[in-house]
Design a protein around this ligand. Structure first.
Ligand SMILES: [Zn+2]
Length: 319
């Protein structure tokens, strides 16, 4: 038994060493369009992958590490991920401690990978403070469309620096994407204006919507904090049930990347303690928070995801 355990311990150590990287000391060379080579991009989240595809167009291939339904706060990077990260010409990640464990790999692989934390270009004064997995700012910046648009520049600039022959393409693509995001921002504001002032309370599984609330005038509350890596207590659930009961909130929203058992327990407490029934918005109407839907689905793009969330919120809260 002891031998088995030792063997297992050694295997774990070897896997960890591999995960922390022991490959070449330089990022892979990009030879440009010489042999029709495309820029190999790796993105952590689906939102960033969508942006990289839009800006990179057909000069890039984009691989996503955390697909639909994946919670980045709890995600444990695999050996396969490390290989993808070290094999990429460019790695785009959110930063601001969104990627929990994966952030360690980026920091430890510095010099051996070209990694860009897209959300870290945002001016600190525009960031919300939060206590999260070793960081001090809320990482969910994509829920303010105007703020997310600021993350296009670092993606464009990194592509231009690596592949100067594609400069015109990247600049044209980025400008087109920014114009689309500008139109999206207008759509969001026009739709959300339909929710009456007294009903602007958005309650979700975890605190992903702080930027949404600040930008568009909603009070937001999550059962879990800004990261899902912490557990909720009975006290948290009772407090949220009280909030729902006292404000007669009609609906709360589940998220596709977070289990909904906790919210269900809150609604049961609200029903028994405050005699107030709250609708649980889930299934096809669950909000996309930290991951998009599959790429072939309407909410499989960033703009599609925002439109889906806004429609669900307006339908549930403006009744
Ligand atoms: Zn989150």
């Amino acid at each position: 038994m002891r031998t088995l355990r030792n063997a297992f311990g050694t295997a774990v150590l070897v896997a960890c060493a591999a995960l922390l990287g022991c490959g070449s000391n330089k990022p892979p060379e990009f030879k440009g369009g010489e042999n029709g080579e495309k820029v190999r991009v790796v993105a952590t989240t689906t939102m960033i992958a969508d942006m990289a595809k839009r800006v990179g167009g057909d000069r890039v291939t984009v691989e996503t590490l955390m697909g639909p339904g994946i919670d980045p706060h709890r995600y444990q990077p695999t050996n396969e991920d490390r290989k993808k990260i070290e094999g990429a010409h460019l790695v785009f990640y959110n930063g601001l401690h969104l990627e929990g464990k994966m952030t360690d790999i980026f920091e430890k692989s510095k010099g051996r990978i070209r990694a860009v934390a897209v959300a870290e270009v945002i001016d600190k004064k525009d960031l919300l403070e939060a206590d999260i997995d070793g960081g001090s700012h809320d990482p969910h910046v994509w829920f303010n469309v105007t703020l997310w648009a600021k993350c296009v520049a670092p993606v464009r600039d990194a592509l231009v620096a690596l592949d100067p022959a594609g400069k015109d393409t990247y600049e044209k693509n980025a400008a087109a994407y920014l114009a689309e995001l500008d139109a999206l921002e207008k759509h969001v504001r026009a739709e959300l204006a339909k929710v009456p002032a007294g009903k602007r309370k958005l309650v979700t599984s975890h605190d992903a919507f702080g930027y949404f609330g600040k930008a568009y005038g909603f009070e937001v509350k999550g059962l879990q904090g800004v990261s899902t890596a912490s557990e909720t207590s009975t006290k948290d659930r009772k407090e949220l049930a009280k909030f729902l009961g006292e404000h007669q909130i009609p609906a709360v929203f589940t998220e596709t990347s977070v289990p909904d058992e906790g919210l269900k327990a809150v609604l049961d407490t609200c029903q028994s303690d405050y005699k107030h029934k709250v609708a649980l918005i889930g299934g096809d109407e669950a909000l996309f928070s930290d991951a998009l839907d599959a790429p072939d689905k309407p909410a499989g793009t960033y703009a599609g995801m925002i439109r889906h969330n806004v429609k669900v919120i307006v339908d549930a809260l403006s009744k």
